[in-house]
Design a binder for this molecule. Structure first.
Ligand code: AMP
Length: 418
């Protein structure tokens, strides 16, 4: 596999898949969070410093037609220029940019318009279908067109670099199919994907014990695959958030109106049995902050999680649980955190998630390796200004989850082979 650090881009044109799917301010249209643009800078700078030229390609949002000004990457040109420190060129049509690509000189950057203006990018046919069968047929018919689309993009450049970790779990034209059109030595990951892979592999393949996985969020069903994959690797499994109550109910507790997946009760018991058989310590919240309604101004009370009063719902972990969880985390050498401990969007129910964010930072200060992934846990870390106090904050929610589930990501496989 080619390694970006070993590659000299001098005189080469590199087409780089980045994730510039950045949020825009609804009123001004300006980029409101440029984290993803900054994430791509090391790769862009390396190519330019070597004497190469850069063709940037990305998606933005979920456009349904071509073109759609709401989703145009034109809107981010000035933000990209500001970050790269030079003017950039723009191709209005990503699939008809050969002349601009050919004219590109060393040191120059060309940004292609939103890849998802073409249904070929995702390989998902647009429009209404009368039957599932018709949809399947349309998808099949789109496959060769997707190949052509990817081949066209590939024709603009000598080298392909994938640095869009956020879409690495998608088998799209620009994330996977395109790689077919480059020889082994001319395709590679950018620095962002490299660092994501190093962080995730450190946890999955090379974790120092004790390894604690903290799984929160709303539903067991969303986290079941990752929990199962982690049971062979962790010493401690901490459960939090809404999924707590499926476990509590499965064990016969009273959960009031708390979130519960009635069809996942057996699954919860199965997880507990598997964990026991593998010698994994499972920590489930013992006390909670309850609300009389799902609202920021709800009345609150604290109870044992298995004695939730009728009519109330558990929306955060309470002090006893915070203390237990914090101690387990503090004594860990590896920590993986995915999902909030409560409804942290509401101030009254944010304390548990904030406390866990601080516990993870403390464990890191004690020498642990900590990896945070998933939009909500990342938001909690950022909100508490702890991003530089943990080892790694993943940029790809869905991609990270799938990698942690043990799945092969198409964007990774296309370059690394597994
Ligand atoms: P997820 O996307 O699965 O990680 O879930 C995140 C969501 O779970 C957040 O929006 C939280 O508000 C929500 N959540 C966390 N704890 C609870 C809870 N006890 N009851 C209901 N929702 C919760």
């Amino acid at each position: 596999m080619q390694i970006i650090d070993n590659f000299n881009f001098a005189g080469k044109k590199a087409i780089v898949r980045v994730d510039f799917n950045v949020p825009l301010n609804k009123e001004t249209g300006a980029v409101s969070d440029d984290t993803r643009i900054r994430g791509a800078l090391p790769t862009i700078k390396k190519i330019l410093a070597d004497g190469g030229s850069v063709i940037l390609m990305s998606h933005m949002g979920r456009p349904k037609q071509n073109p759609d000004p709401k989703f145009s990457l034109k809107q981010i040109i000035s933000a990209v220029e500001e970050r790269v420190g030079q003017t950039i060129q723009f191709a209005e049509d990503c699939a008809n940019a050969e002349a601009q690509a050919a004219a590109l000189k060393p040191g120059e950057i060309l940004l292609l318009e939103n890849l998802r203006f073409y249904e070929e990018e995702e390989g998902k046919p647009r429009g209404e279908f009368e039957t599932e069968e018709a949809k399947k047929e349309a998808k099949k018919a789109l496959k060769p067109k997707q190949k052509e689309f990817a081949k066209k993009l590939a024709s603009y450049a000598d080298v392909y670099v994938n640095d869009a970790f956020g879409t690495a779990h998608r088998a799209h034209g620009s994330t996977a199919v395109i790689a077919e059109f480059f020889a082994e030595e001319n395709k590679m990951f950018g620095y962002l994907i490299n660092s994501e892979l190093i962080a995730m592999d450190k946890v999955l393949k090379d974790a120092q014990a004790p390894f604690t996985a903290i799984m929160g969020g709303a539903k067991v069903s969303d986290k079941i695959l990752i929990i199962e994959n982690l049971l062979d690797r962790v010493q401690n499994l901490i459960i939090g958030g809404g999924m707590t109550y499926t476990f509590i109910k499965a064990q016969g507790g009273e959960i009031g109106n708390s979130l519960c997946e009635a069809d996942k009760l057996d699954l919860a018991l199965e997880i507990l049995e598997k964990a026991k058989a593998k010698g994994v310590n499972v920590y489930i919240p013992t006390d909670a902050v309850n609300a009389d309604k799902f609202a920021a101004d709800a009345e609150t009370c604290v109870s044992k999680t298995d004695e939730t009063p009728a009519g109330w719902m558990g929306l955060d972990i309470a002090d006893e649980t915070i203390a237990t969880f914090s101690e387990v985390i503090a004594n860990s050498k590896t920590v993986l955190w995915n999902g909030p401990m409560g409804v942290f969007e509401m101030e009254k129910f944010a304390k548990g998630t904030t406390a866990i964010a601080h516990a993870v930072a403390q464990a890191t200060a004690n020498g642990a390796f900590s990896l945070i992934g998933g939009g909500d846990s990342v938001a909690a870390i950022n909100k508490n200004k702890l991003a530089d106090k943990v080892s790694y904050v993943s940029t790809g929610g869905g991609a990270m989850l799938e990698y942690m589930e043990g799945k092969v990501l198409p964007g990774i496989e296309a370059i690394r082979g597994c």
